[in-house]
Design a protein around this ligand. Structure first.
Ligand code: SF4
Ligand code: SF4
Ligand code: SF4
Ligand code: FES
Length: 980
């Protein structure tokens, strides 16, 4: 029997909350603290309804068949108003001069919904100051209605566990780390709390004085206006005051633009609206992102100042001797076309090479590879997946057939066990990591982490493995062997879906637990425990990243992970699978769209005559038949004199490729180097021509995130100065070389890609409108595959393949001279070297420079303290930085983040690579440490979140509010609230 809402029957969906059922009906009830993505906090009591004659909170009540629900009975209505009256006791309604008066303020809208005219409980300020100490947002206790949404978001969605409310205090407020200033707390500035705050208590500083017509008035004038509002309220009532503020809110629509975009930092694929007023970025507002909902990290929420940075490139530049001079677009493009033509004529098309950007759109990567192949005639084409992701792709190609995550972030969330190998997910894929932290905290998900550093996920893990550097393949193979030997494998899955068991099993012979324990330095009991946990878990997802791939055995270790998943039957079901976490926002898409030396778009082989014939027909050209140079081989080819010209767009190659001195030396050699960039990057120093490009907010296109999710981004503002979207620039160069392309919008480029690329056959801009997205492969009818393998694996017989593996020693091992192991990676606050993130002042203030993490034991041995200047020397170069002494690293292992242009860690890394993909073995580096004798301040300022002291708790803990002596559930006694 369905439930009835105000007499109308309504079917209940399994597990639904009553408030969601009511919100599906035509009834309107107030619900100030309820946010569907957070769940019920039950703090405001405004959602009181009658169920079978009893007053209950609709948000905290599970819907059930047969319920008789009345939402607007006199009792329910009075309770709702009484509850909201208490809310208003904590909040001054000065909407007309409030930067949050943008049509979406819950307090404002509830005042209107309940037709509140006057308050019974007068507004009382709280005895606290406004906290402005975070660079990005402020907290105003006087406006805080104590709904606890922020606490719930911080504790249970972001799971940073910074926020709480001191319910027992006579004047409760939100606390950071139990009472620290925000700027000195563990707050990581992810923005969750600000996004979900239903009023103006938490606000982005970029909104203050900017959003409203009157909000930029000086404080005394604003206070005066607020006093006027307070003065007229008893006379006029809130109705008239609200009418005025609604007119003002409507006027704002003409100057505030809301544009959907997709994050331009990591590969999680967060999408959100960016609010702009001209070129001023008011705020980033996540709500409907299919990957992130209301979630963001510091970079996506607050890291956008680079777009308006004073040092954006706005005019083409041409080298003259040691200097650059500004040039017109015509002059610069003519020069590029002439020099590319000359080099091709003199030395052939393979004397030229092209690097596409994994920060730019799919359409732009497609055009870049088309320029290289169809216009120039070379397959010398690559992107930065070579630096990180290519080994993971190889491991998956070998075993399951597609080079992409085998499910979605929602699968990771629902897995009963997650294992993370060599990935600092909480810093590098922050929003994805929140889903693991949440499932682990709230839903009993088990977590195993293997890493050299005790990073945040390792701190939270049920089991933390700290293997010796470069030995992951061994312990992964050993636990797989143990599972097979002890009858713990999923035999039914192996029988039905997997080929190659016999040969694979034989290859595991050397990988005994004893051998693994001795080589990896891990206790046998721990290995057994991990093997059993994986074998016994209902569903397992394994996440990995550069701690695995950036090794000389990166492809093989990635393969070992996939083998383990196959042996335990952890594919083809929700909550299972392999998840190589893609680093850049569009590193997946750049490879998907053909920016590789051996593949056309959709991983169609360039040396397959039938495939080549298809593209030759479509592009009306003859195409080169052999795979080209990848970016590692390009550097060697420049040194050898085979490569004479390069065109690089959106890639800081001289810093991010390993053995930076060798790479920089190479980049100074080509006869002609074109850079297409947003800023004058380090690599631009080597250029002959620099073309000013537009970042994502200034253009349209699509990005593909780690979960193979294709999403559209829209133009929020016009290109700055004379900068232009990359696709327009590439097209202009192609046309100067005679291509005759006529794309007038990125959608036209996709209309060409889809029919040529079976993986993307059904991708259209219409199907991706707004927040709609698709996860490849996309069939012609638009059907996509959030779970990649459901009916078959991507091999002709539909079966997966176990791939035999052999162990080899890692490169760059420690010796008497270079006695310390150096690990490296990103930081939460900065993306890579920080070309974009350093241009946000608040990020720079929190994390101003690079540093070297040194273990307490090593610090003691060498006389190092936090702030000591040290020099690291490898066989390839030197860097100088300050030490941070921390237990995140252990023994003789150091860690250096990549966030430096001046002292890049890649001066120390080698040219050794993964044997299959040529991905540099960045993580196999040994160094000599010299203490320089000077000590300064800790390079991580006290305001960095790493110094905070989180206060984990179950959530908002509303029960503590209910225990207060002055708390009464609304409706317990009749209170008359005046309404119109
Ligand atoms: S970490 Fe900071 S910004 Fe993020 S939700 Fe918690 S308090 Fe808010
Ligand atoms: S600051 Fe937190 S508790 Fe206060 S109104 Fe905003 S979300 Fe609610
Ligand atoms: S950097 Fe990654 S996690 Fe952060 S907002 Fe962007 S896509 Fe999301
Ligand atoms: S919305 Fe239900 S108690 Fe606040």
């Amino acid at each position: 029997m369905p439930a009835t809402i105000n007499g109308t029957p309504l079917e209940i969906h399994p597990g639904e909350r009553l408030i969601d059922v009511i919100n599906r009906s035509s009834a309107l009830i107030p619900q100030v603290c309820y946010h569907p993505q957070l769940g019920p906090t039950q703090t405001c009591d405004t959602c009181m309804v009658e169920v079978d004659g009893k007053l209950v909170r609709a948000c905290g009540t599970a819907a059930a068949d047969g319920m008789n629900v009345v939402t607007s009975s006199p009792r329910a209505g009075a309770a709702q108003r009484e509850a909201f009256d208490r809310v208003l006791g904590n909040h001054l309604l000065y909407c007309t001069v409030c930067d949050n008066n943008n049509g979406n303020c819950t307090v404002h809208n509830t005042t209107g919904l309940l037709h509140v005219e006057h308050q019974e409980i007068p507004y009382k300020p709280k005895p606290y100051e406004v906290d402005m100490s975070n660079p990005f947002y402020r907290y105003d206790p006087d406006q805080c209605i104590l709904c606890g949404r922020c606490v719930e978001a911080c504790q249970n969605l972001q799971v940073n566990e910074t926020l709480s409310i001191n319910w027992e205090n006579p004047h409760p407020r939100v606390l950071w780390d139990g009472g620290a200033p925000i700027g000195e707390s563990s707050c990581v500035s992810c923005g969750h709390c600000v996004t979900v705050c239903p009023c103006n208590a938490l606000m982005e500083k970029s909104m203050l004085g900017e959003a409203g017509y009157f909000t930029s008035l000086p404080k005394p004038a604003l206070d005066g206006m607020i006093d006027v509002v307070k003065g007229i309220e008893p006379e006029l009532g809130y109705g008239s005051i609200l009418q005025l503020s609604e007119v003002e809110a409507a006027m704002r629509e003409s100057h505030i633009k809301r544009t959907k975009t997709v994050c331009t930092y990591c590969g999680v694929g967060c999408s959100y609206d960016v609010w702009t007023k001209g070129r001023h970025i008011l705020k980033v507002e996540p709500a409907h992102g299919p990957a992130n909902g209301v979630s963001t990290c510091i970079k996506g929420k607050f890291g956008w100042d680079y777009v308006n940075s004073h040092d954006r490139l706005t005019k083409p530049l041409i080298r003259e001797g040691d200097k650059f001079r500004e040039a017109s677009w015509d002059e610069a493009l003519d020069l590029v076309a002439r020099r590319l033509t000359e080099i091709k004529a003199a030395d052939g098309p393979d004397a030229l090479a092209f690097i596409s950007s994994s920060k730019c759109t799919n359409e732009e990567s497609y055009l870049m590879q088309k320029l290289a192949r169809a216009v120039i005639g070379t397959n010398n084409m690559d992107n930065c997946s070579r630096y990180c992701q290519a080994p993971a792709t190889t491991g998956l190609f070998r075993t399951v057939g597609y080079g992409g995550d085998s499910g979605s972030i929602s699968d990771i969330e629902k897995a009963t066990l997650v294992m993370i190998v060599g990935s600092n997910a909480a810093e590098n894929h922050p929003v994805l990591a929140t889903r693991v932290k949440r499932s682990h905290k709230l839903h009993g998900q088990k977590l195993i982490v293997s890493d050299l550093r005790k990073n945040e996920m390792a701190e939270r893990a049920d089991v933390f493995l700290h293997p010796r550097p470069g030995t992951d393949l061994i312990w992964l193979c050993a636990i797989t062997r143990y599972i097979l030997e002890n009858g713990l494998a999923n035999q039914a899955f192996l029988d039905e879906w997997v080929n190659g068991l016999t040969e694979y099993r034989a290859s595991l012979e050397p990988f005994t637990l004893e051998m693994a324990s001795a080589r990896c330095g891990l206790p046998m009991e721990t290995l057994t425990q991990v093997a059993r946990m994986i074998a016994e878990a209902e569903s397992v997802c394994i996440l990995w990243a550069m701690g695995v791939t950036q090794h000389s055995m990166g492809s093989d270790t990635s393969t070992a992970i996939s083998n383990l998943l196959l042996v335990t039957g952890n594919y083809m079901r929700p909550g299972t699978g392999a998840y190589p976490l893609r680093g850049h926002n569009n590193v997946q898409g750049a490879s998907d769209h053909g920016a590789m030396p051996n593949f056309f778009p959709g991983y169609q082989k360039v040396d397959d005559p039938a495939i080549r014939a298809k593209f030759e027909k479509a592009w009306n050209v003859t195409l080169p038949p052999k795979p080209g140079l990848d970016n590692h081989l390009m550097i060697d080819a420049i040194h050898d004199g085979r490569l004479k010209g390069m065109y690089i767009f959106g890639e800081e190659m001289s810093l991010v490729d390993s053995n930076a001195n060798y790479v920089s030396d190479a980049l100074s050699k080509p006869e002609f180097l074109v850079m297409q960039e947003v800023f004058f990057s380090e690599t631009c120093r080597f250029a002959d021509v620099i073309l000013p490009a537009s970042p994502s907010l200034e253009k349209e296109g699509t990005f593909t995130s780690t979960e193979r999710r294709i999403q559209r981004l829209y133009r929020a503002m016009e290109p700055l100065g004379e900068s232009r979207p990359d696709w327009e620039i590439i097209q202009d160069i192609a046309n100067r070389l005679g291509a005759g392309w006529k794309y007038d919008h990125p959608s036209k480029i996709y209309e060409e890609i889809a029919p040529l690329t079976p993986l993307m056959a059904g991708v259209t801009y219409e199907r991706l409108e707004g927040y709609k997205s698709m996860q490849w492969p996309v069939a012609e009818d638009g059907g996509d595959q959030p779970l990649l393998y459901t009916k078959k694996f991507n091999f002709p017989d539909g079966k997966a393949r176990l791939y035999p593996l052999v162990w080899t020693e890692p490169t760059g091992q420690q010796d008497a001279e270079y006695d310390l192991h150096l690990n490296n990676g990103r930081l939460l606050e900065h993306f890579h070297e920080g070309n974009m993130t350093y241009r946000t002042e608040g990020i720079r203030a929190k994390t101003p420079c690079t540093f070297v993490e040194v273990s307490p034991e090593l610090a003691l041995e060498r006389g190092i303290e936090s702030g000591s200047w040290i020099q690291l020397t490898s066989a390839y170069g030197k860097v100088r930085a300050q030490a941070v002494v921390t237990t995140r690293v252990g023994g003789n292992q150091l860690y250096m983040p990549m966030n430096s242009v001046e002292e890049p860690v890649n001066r120390l890394t080698s040219s050794y690579t993964d044997k299959i993909t040529h991905t540099p073995a960045y993580k196999e580096t040994s160094v000599y440490l010299k203490v320089l004798g000077e000590t300064g301040e800790n390079p991580l300022p006290r305001t960095n979140s790493r110094f905070g002291h989180p206060t984990p708790q179950k959530g908002v803990e509303v029960e503590r509010k209910w225990k207060r002596g002055d708390y009464k559930q609304p409706g317990a006694q009749l209170v008359q609230i005046k309404t119109s």
